[in-house]
Each structure stands twice: as C-alpha cells, then as structure tokens.
Design a protein around this ligand. Structure first.
Ligand SMILES: Nc1ncnc2c1ncn2[C@@H]1O[C@H](COP(=O)(O)OP(=O)(O)OP(=O)(O)O)[C@@H](O)[C@H]1O
Ligand SMILES: [Mg+2]
Length: 220
C-alpha cells in the first residue's frame, strides 16, 4: 500500500457562477520511498492535489488515502496534517515572528520539538544562516522561500508536499534546494509540483496534469 493513494478523484470548487471541476478522475499512488513530480500548466490542478492530501478539500467522487486513512473529517485531517511538511506556494510565515520563532510555533502546533543546533545547520546549508532572527518581511523572495522550506523540514515530517520549491530562487540556490531534496529522497516520501527540469532528474515518477486530467506518466 502506498503512502498516498488517489483513486478516480474528482474535486469541485463551488463558486458563485456554478463551480470549477479542478480534478477529473485522478488516480496515482506514492510509494514509501518515492519522490513524485507533478507538472502541468497554471490552473491545471497541481495545488488542488496537495490540498486533497491535506484534507483541505474533499473529493466529490473517488477516494484519497494518506497513511492508510481518508482525511475526510476534521479530526483525521488534523492527524494527517501533523505528519506532513507542506511548503505552500504563497508562504505561511507569521510576520510578527522571526524565522526561528515561526519554526518553533509551527513545530509546537504539530506537537513536536525542535533541535536548535540541527535547524541552524540546515539554515547554513540553505544559505540563510543569518536570517533566523529576522522577520519574514525583512527577507528577499528567495530567502523567504528557503526559510519556509527550512520551517517545513525542521520537525522531521513523514511526508513532504512541496508546491514549487525552486520558484523565486536563482540557479545556485535552486541547486542547493535540489541537493538537499536529493539527500532526503528515499528517507521521506515526497510530492513536488514544479516546472523546473532539475527536479525531473530528482524524481522517481513524473505525472503531467492538464485541465484536471493526468495526461502522461513517466517512471525514471
Ligand atoms: N478556492 C477556489 N475556488 C474556486 N476555484 C478554485 C479555487 N482554488 C483553485 N481553483 C481553480 O481550480 C483550478 C485548479 O487550481 P490549482 O490551484 O490546483 O492549479 P495549479 O495547477 O496549482 O496552478 P498554478 O501553477 O498556477 O499554481 C483552477 O482553475 C483554479 O482557478
Ligand atoms: Mg498551484
């Protein structure tokens, strides 16, 4: 059984004008040691797949299983969410807190503790050793992206969902992120959405989604 299993999943967002069918029969599974890359144009449903895994949206039809359970009520969704490191596309840091305080707050919300030494080491690796005591609005876009990544990696998640982890980064910093993901790969299963060709090499499986339909699959 996979860590994540989608079986013919349809997701609809309700809107004033009727609704948007964002996923139209998506089926895939993520193995325990796998890195899966999801590619596809803007608006094709990539982020929606991640939200369905987190139980933030419920399928209209089909089933989503994560760690063998369906995150279909708030209690289960919370249990599932605590195990997942989710790097959002837009960022989730609280602007009143420093980066370090954000990481602490994030970990405590998930009932985990942080090892300051290893968080500092990871920050150095990500080339943001000096930002831990800064507030998110004092960082550049690329620094903020890496600080968000630091936060979601710092409390040892059991599954990683990374929404465009290398966007906003220059080539060198993108390379560092890919290197770190390569080190983690095989230890923590991960689903990455991206257009970055560097991440194709990293992944064991690539899915392409267009208009809510999976159109291509490649094992590497
Ligand atoms: N909360 C929402 N309410 C209504 N429609 C939504 C909502 N969130 C997403 N959508 C629509 O669902 C579709 C899929 O959106 P999604 O965010 O999954 O795309 P994406 O592939 O992640 O795009 P991008 O590459 O731009 O991040 C789009 O048509 C989008 O407009
Ligand atoms: Mg998206």
């Amino acid at each position: 059984m996979g860590v994540v299993e989608f079986e013919d999943v349809f997701v609809k967002y309700e809107t004033y004008t009727g609704g948007v069918l964002a996923l139209r029969g998506v089926t895939f599974s993520l193995g325990e040691k796998e890195a899966l890359l999801i590619m596809g144009p803007s608006g094709s449903g990539k982020t929606t797949i991640l939200k369905a895994i987190l139980g933030l949206v419920q399928p209209l039809h089909g089933s989503v299983r994560v760690f063998g359970t369906e995150p279909n009520d708030e209690k289960r969704a919370l249990e599932v969410r605590r195990k997942i490191g989710y790097l959002t596309q837009e960022g989730t840091m609280i602007k009143e807190l420093t980066v370090w305080e954000n990481a602490l707050f994030y970990a405590r919300g998930r009932r985990k503790s942080l090892d300051e030494e290893s968080v500092r080491k990871l920050a150095e690796r990500l080339n943001i050793g000096t930002v831990l005591d800064k507030h998110p609005n004092q960082l550049s876009g690329g620094e903020l992206k890496r600080a968000e990544l630091l936060m979601v990696l710092s409390d040892n998640p059991e599954l990683l969902l990374l929404d465009e982890p290398t966007s906003m980064l220059d080539a060198e910093n993108a390379e560092t992120v890919v290197e770190i993901l390569n080190e983690i790969k095989g230890r923590i299963p991960m689903i990455i959405t991206s257009h970055d060709p560097k991440l194709v090499e990293l992944s064991d499986q690539t899915l392409k989604i267009v208009g809510g339909n999976l159109v291509e699959e490649n094992g590497h």
